[in-house]
Design a protein around this ligand. Structure first.
Ligand SMILES: Nc1ncnc2c1ncn2[C@@H]1O[C@H](COP(=O)(O)OP(=O)(O)O)[C@@H](O)[C@H]1O
Ligand SMILES: [Mg+2]
Length: 240
């Protein structure tokens, strides 16, 4: 087996990449698909009994029945909430691309689909002169860009999409996610149309702010319903 892959990136940190990764994986699972998820590099890990763990891994674990070993799902995690190349340097380490490749290949072999969550945005450095975009390119994985329905999003989203295009990274689409209560108040429909017109990349939809997303809670279920209506048809089309 060799999984079909999608790399979830964003215009910034905190825009909802982990939430979108969990939603898309849940949708695929609900439709009877076999899905793996991966967070190749994380920072700002929390100390648990088992050691340092990525908060994104914990979030994904709580919402998806993941059977893969954690060291494959998240092979590299730093304690400090910094860009990985900087966190690594401060710990006297370096991100080992060989470890990432091995985990990626193994997960790809074990699933029908593999969703990979980046860190921050495309130009976050993972090591010297090697950013998140280089990882997507190395793995030849199309990217989905999570953006915010806030003022400024046309610039952030178009910059992200044009960087992808300039570096031959395929783009599956972009979507808006209201990660904050104040998001989505402006004319996000016109912003989405403007980005589509400038960049020629399909708009997958707009996920509303759903409140506190506790696992199994009603906010999570209602967001999942919204994702099913808006994103599932796009996802199906992309993977067909
Ligand atoms: N649609 C939403 N409704 C409510 N809360 C959200 C929504 N999207 C994201 N959040 C919250 O916003 C924060 C950032 O989201 P997250 O997915 O972790 O972002 P990223 O992975 O891009 O850093 C988290 O606390 C998450 O629970
Ligand atoms: Mg995240």
């Amino acid at each position: 087996m060799s999984a079909r892959t999608l790399f979830i990136t964003g215009t910034d940190t905190g825009v909802g990449k982990t939430v979108v990764t969990a939603l898309l994986a849940s949708l695929l699972i609900r439709h009877g698909r076999d899905v793996g998820v991966m967070k190749p590099v994380a920072s700002g890990g929390v100390e648990k009994e088992e050691g340092l763990r990525s908060q994104d891994l914990i979030f994904l674990r709580e919402r998806l029945r993941l059977t893969d070993p954690e060291e494959l799902i998240n092979p590299v995690c730093f304690r400090e909430p910094l860009a990985p190349a900087i966190a690594a340097r401060r710990e006297g380490r370096e991100v080992d691309l060989g470890i990432l490749d091995k985990a990626y290949e193994q997960l790809k072999r074990s699933h029908e689909f593999l969703l990979i969550e980046g860190i921050g945005g495309l130009l976050v450095p993972l090591r010297d002169r090697f950013a998140v975009a280089d990882l997507a390119l190395r793995w030849e994985t199309p990217v989905l860009v999570v953006a915010s329905p806030r003022l400024g999003t046309i610039n952030h989203t178009c910059l992200t999409l044009s960087h992808a295009r300039a570096h031959d990274i395929k783009t599956a689409g972009f979507l808006f996610n209201a990660a904050r209560e104040t998001d989505g108040g402006g004319d996000w429909k016109s912003s989405a149309a403007c980005i589509d017109e400038f960049c020629g990349v399909p708009f997958w939809g707009m996920l509303p702010f759903a409140g506190e997303l506790s696992s199994g809670g009603s906010a999570w279920e209602s967001l999942l319903g919204e994702a099913d209506r808006q994103l599932a048809p796009r996802l199906e089309q992309f993977f067909e």
